[in-house]
Design a protein around this ligand. Structure first.
Ligand code: 1GP
Length: 241
């Protein structure tokens, strides 16, 4: 069995940086999954995240099944809500939207997910999810009905991340939102990373190798990229092993 969290911790210890490709079940065509994964496997990708703010056609299960056939990389659910759980994945980011004050995404969805997860072998990764203003109104904002934290408010971002760590989260995820025009700035990543002992995930709007490097150099342990690959799979060329 893969031990996802232990592997992330081991990588952090030796500063080996991790890259997750995010696949949105609403956006990927099942028949393209095998060829997509040929490119993934030639790149520095270490993890696959599956999820989106919504999955109106209930495609998560089919997409996870197809991905598991195509790869041995760990497949981790990044669900927008309880309906997006597939027991066929390897793990799940058990998210609490800490930047918002909407109880539905702080605890209610988690209570609904609990009996499903209790009957699964999914590795559960308790994650403090912090939405940061990426200058684009994102689906997460709309669906969760919460506001992101302004990048200028670095003190609140740091305190939110620390509160997550102190309440037992095993990961903190700084999220500018899918398709963000402004990525989480390096100063914020550095400040949060310097003050946390748990691994830090960063994502939202990363479209170039330079932005990826900047996030890693500032202290991100794992970076998530989705939209850039949806728009242009040649981006994998820049990220070859
Ligand atoms: C979104 O952080 C992820 O939840 C990835 O964002 O789609 O902008 O790469 P992008």
């Amino acid at each position: 069995m893969v031990n996802i969290y232990q592997n992330i911790l081991s990588a952090k210890k030796v500063r080996r940086k991790l890259l997750a490709v995010l696949i949105d079940p609403e956006k990927i065509d099942l028949k393209n999954i095998p060829s997509f994964f040929e490119k993934v496997h030639q790149s520095i990708t270490t993890h696959i995240f599956v999820g989106g703010s919504t999955d109106d056609n209930n495609q998560t299960e089919n997409v996870v099944t197809a991905i598991k056939k195509a790869t041995h990389l760990p497949v981790i659910l990044f669900p927008g809500d309880v309906s997006q759980i597939s027991k066929k994945a390897d793990g799940i980011l058990f998210l609490s939207l800490l930047s918002g004050r909407n109880p539905e995404y702080l605890i209610e969805q988690q209570v609904k997910a609990a009996p499903i997860l209790n009957n699964s072998t999914l590795e559960i990764l308790p994650t403090g999810y912090i939405l940061i203003d990426g200058e684009t109104a994102t689906a997460t904002q709309r669906v969760s009905n919460t506001k992101p934290i302004a990048q200028e408010n670095s003190e609140l971002i740091l305190n939110t991340a620390l509160a997550g760590q102190f309440s037992g989260k095993k990961l903190i995820y700084l999220e500018a939102g899918s398709g963000a025009t402004k990525v989480v700035c390096q100063e914020i990543i550095k400040e949060v990373s310097d003050n946390l002992s748990i691994p830090l995930i960063v994502g939202g709007g990363i479209r170039s190798k330079k932005q990826l490097k900047n996030a890693f150099n500032s202290g991100a342990d794992l970076v998530v990229i989705g939209t850039a690959f949806e728009n242009d799979e040649t981006f994998f060329e820049d990220l070859k092993k």
